[in-house]
Design a protein. Structure first.
Length: 146
């Protein structure tokens, strides 16, 4: 991971610890590639276990990494003792997800006291070139730890 050097170390530890507890991200092979205040990138290499019947990355997988990128972008704006959950999201698939790897980028649009609105995009990377395959708008809520 390439963290922003100005990011509070407590926030960095909170995000990384939360991400590390996500078995879904481990199963997919996803990692946090970049993290800044209000912004998160999750990288996922192309692999047979993430494809659908036509050989594209499955839409549910793309939605999953986008949801997490938006959620962790929101999480960086929340109190260190809080947790984050997705309230809702809307995703548009723009083209088949074909590439060597995928990068989901989440960014905070507005952070309130309890609700954070985010937007994200997922790109497929092939031969160093990026193509946007999906966009998302997501709402996240700050909640007390369980």
């Amino acid at each position: 991971m390439r963290p922003d050097p100005t990011l509070d170390p407590a926030i960095l530890a909170k995000v990384q610890g939360s991400f590390d507890r996500q078995a879904a991200m481990r199963t997919l092979g996803a990692t946090i590639a970049e993290l800044e205040h209000g912004r998160c990138e999750i990288a996922l290499p192309a692999a047979p276990h993430i494809t659908q019947q036509q050989g594209f990355a499955h839409g549910g997988v793309i939605a999953t990494i986008l949801d997490s990128a938006c959620g962790y972008a929101a999480f960086t704006t929340m109190a260190p003792e809080s947790e984050v959950v997705t309230v809702e999201f809307k995703i548009n698939f723009l083209k088949p997800a074909l590439g060597e790897r995928f990068i989901a980028r989440g960014q905070v649009i507005r952070a309130g006291r309890q609700i954070v609105v985010t937007q994200g995009e997922c790109v497929a990377v092939s031969d160093g070139r990026e193509a946007v395959v999906a966009i998302m708008t997501a709402t996240m809520a700050q909640v007390a730890p369980r």
